[in-house]
Design a protein around this ligand. Structure first.
Ligand SMILES: [Zn+2]
Ligand SMILES: [Zn+2]
Length: 253
């Protein structure tokens, strides 16, 4: 069985701990080293035991704490080739020996980790799936749209963290400048609650049992609104057995 704990999830920072009880991984690290170290302490795992930090893309809310964590605990960091190019020097002093390429399929102990492309305005952004003989867990945020190949990668996940970034009306009427609104709503931007709802209903048909909504915008969404919108669509489309949750912005207040 694959377990996970989101340490933080929003447009301002993302980090998820994933484990099969033997191998421990982090996906992204968009927070200070101190916060992540405290989260690790709470789940009772020594950061030295992390087998890797898997980076989805180079945006600050995903990599802010990667350099310090890797340096302090000597943790390998995985990213796609163009993501590494885009990261450049932004991890600070970094041990090149810990630089790894995120392959399409990687083995970590008994877990198979797959990376798959996501439509987002970064160099070579990916999501990650974690599979054991009887489980599949997927993290897919920062999605401008849902393509056929993306759906192929997500389907069959028993549990999933999926982006419910914004409410379309809140974004439209909110404080952001026009260019930013267009970027967020665009096909390389972020997923709305409504599109997320339809995706969740489609995923439920492929065996998805538990859904965690994540990467909510602080400006253009509210947790209750994201939950209600997705839940209403699931009901409308007759997918009533899915367990729906919203990830908090911070695990530790
Ligand atoms: Zn992001
Ligand atoms: Zn991003």
């Amino acid at each position: 069985m694959i377990k996970f704990q989101s340490f933080l999830s929003s447009s301002s920072g993302n980090c998820t701990f994933v484990t099969d009880d033997h191998t421990h991984l982090l996906v992204d690290c968009g927070a200070g080293g101190k916060y992540i170290t405290e989260c690790m302490r709470r789940i009772g795992v020594d950061p030295h035991e992390l087998s890797g930090i898997l980076i989805t893309h180079e945006h600050r809310d995903h990599i802010a704490g990667v350099g310090i964590l890797s340096r302090k605990y000597d943790i390998p960091v995985y990213a796609t080739e163009k993501t590494w190019d885009a990261i450049g020097e932004s991890l600070g002093r970094f041990n090149e020996q810990n630089k790894r390429l995120a392959e399409q399929s990687m083995e970590f102990g008994k877990m198979t980790v797959s990376s798959f492309p996501i439509p987002h305005d970064a160099a070579e952004p990916v999501g990650y799936s974690f599979e054991t003989s009887d489980d599949k867990f997927t993290i897919a945020t920062d999605l401008g749209m849902i393509t056929d190949s993306l759906f192929e990668a997500l389907k069959g996940s028993k549990s999933i963290i999926i982006e419910a970034n914004h409410d379309t009306d809140m974004l439209k009427n909110g404080p952001y400048p026009f260019y930013l609104k267009r970027r967020i709503a665009g096909e390389q931007g972020h997923l709305s609650n409504e599109l997320c709802g339809r995706l969740c209903a489609d995923l439920a048909k492929t065996g998805t049992e538990t859904i965690w909504l994540g990467h909510l915008s602080s400006e253009n969404n509210r947790p209750e609104l994201a939950y209600q919108t997705v839940s209403a669509i699931l009901h409308e489309l007759n997918e009533k057995n899915v367990i729906l949750n919203v990830l908090p912005k911070y695990w530790i207040a």
